[in-house]
Ligand binder design. Sequence first.
Ligand SMILES: *Cc1c(COP(=O)(O)O)cnc(C)c1O
Length: 430
Amino acid sequence: MSDNPAFGFDTLQIHAGAAPDPATGARQTPIYQTTAYVFRDADHAAALFNLQEVGYIYSRLTNPTVAVLQERMAALEGGAGAVCCSSGHAAQIMALFPLMGPGRNIVASTRLYGGTITQFSQTIKRFGWSAKFIDFDDPDAIKAAIDDDTRAIFCESVANPGGYITDLDAIAAIANDAGLPLIVDNTSATPYLCRPIEHGATLVVHSMTKYLTGNGTVMGGVIVDSGKFDWSASDKFPALSQPEPAYHGLSFHKTFGPMAFTFHGIAIGLRDLGMTLNPQAAHYTLMGIETLSLRMSRHVENATKVAKWLETHPAVDKVTYAGLENSPYRERMSRICPKGAGSLFTFALKGGYDACVKFVDAVKLFSHVANLGDTRSLVIHSASTTHRQLSPDQQEAAGAAPNVVRVSIGTEDPNDLIADLEQALTAASA
Ligand SMILES: *Cc1c(COP(=O)(O)O)cnc(C)c1O
C-alpha cells in the first residue's frame, strides 16, 4: 500500500517503500546497522544463495534500510526496480557494467558533469570500454556515432553545469531505433522536476549526494530501471539474457523479467564490485527525500529570481539558466521539466577568468565548494576546479568556459542571496 502508484508525488516521497517496522512498530525507517542476517535454517540459506527466495544475506548485497530507499526511488521515477550504490559515480559504473565488455562503447553527450567526462574519457578505458562524445543537439551525429559495438546512449536530463536541457524524447527515439538502452543522469532535475522514463529512458542514474539528500551530508547513488527494455531482443546483452554460470545457468531476463537489471545489479554488481551504500547514508537520504518537492519548488523559485537579477547586472555578460524567458531551452523545459529547470546554472563575467576567481573569493553567504544541490547556496569556478582536467574545447562544450562561474541556488531568503552576489560582483570588478 505504501507505494500505491496512484498516490501523488508528495505522498510517495514520504511513504513509498516504507512501513512501520515489523519488529518494533517504529514509524521512521530504522537504520539496520548490521552486516549479516540469521538464516532460518540450512534450506533457507541455500534458497537465498540460489536466488530462489528473496531475502537478506549480507549487507554488501542487501540491507532493509537501503531496500526502502530503493523502493522509494523506483516509485518516484516510475521504474520497476532500483539499486542503490555508494556514490553517483559508482551508479554510472554499475549501470554500464552489465551492458559493456572489452571493445564496447557508449555514445555520450558532450554536456555532462565534469567528473563524468573524466570517468568516461579516461578511467573506463582500463576496462576496455570507451565513450564517443557527441553534441546531442545533432541527431545525425548521434546516429552516425552508433556502431555494432555501441551498448548504451548516455546523457543528463538537465545538464550540469551549462543550463542545458536534453531533448529526451528525440534521443530516446534514436536509442530505440538502434535497439540500445538510454541511460539518463537525472541528478540536477530530480524526479520531482523530470521523469526520464516517461520520455523513453531505459535506466535513470542519480548522484543522491545532491538534491535527493539535499543537505550535503552523505554520498550515494542509485540506478532506477524502467523494466521496459527487452534485453533478449538481440545478442548484445549476454550478461542479462544468457545463462549465468555463477547462478547455475540462470538467465536474469528469463527468470526476473522486468526486474532483470535490478536483480543483476544486486546479485552480480554489488556482490562483485562492492560499491554498496551503507544504511546510515540511506537513512539520511530517505530523510532528505521526504521534503524533496518542497525544496525543489523553492530551489526553482529562488534560482529564477537570482538568475533574473543577475541578467540585469552590468558586470554579468550572460546567464545560462534554462528557466529564463530568453533561454534557447525554454521550449524543452516546458516538455521535459515543466515545473522548472532546477537551481544549477552558470553565468559569465565580463571580467573573464580573473574576475571569476575574485568573485568566488569574495562571496560570504554562498559557500565556495565542489558540491551542488544543498539547501545552502554554493558557488564554484568550474574551469579552475571540477572541469580543470578537461581541454579548452571540452570545457566550452560542457558549459564550463574560463569566464563562467557555476551557482547552485539554495533555499535561503533570495534577497540575502542577491545581496551577497551584489557585494561579491562589486569586489570582482574592483
Ligand atoms: C555529482 C554528480 C555526479 C557524481 O556523483 P557523486 O555522488 O559525486 O559520485 C554525477 N552526475 C552529476 C550530474 C553530478 O552532479
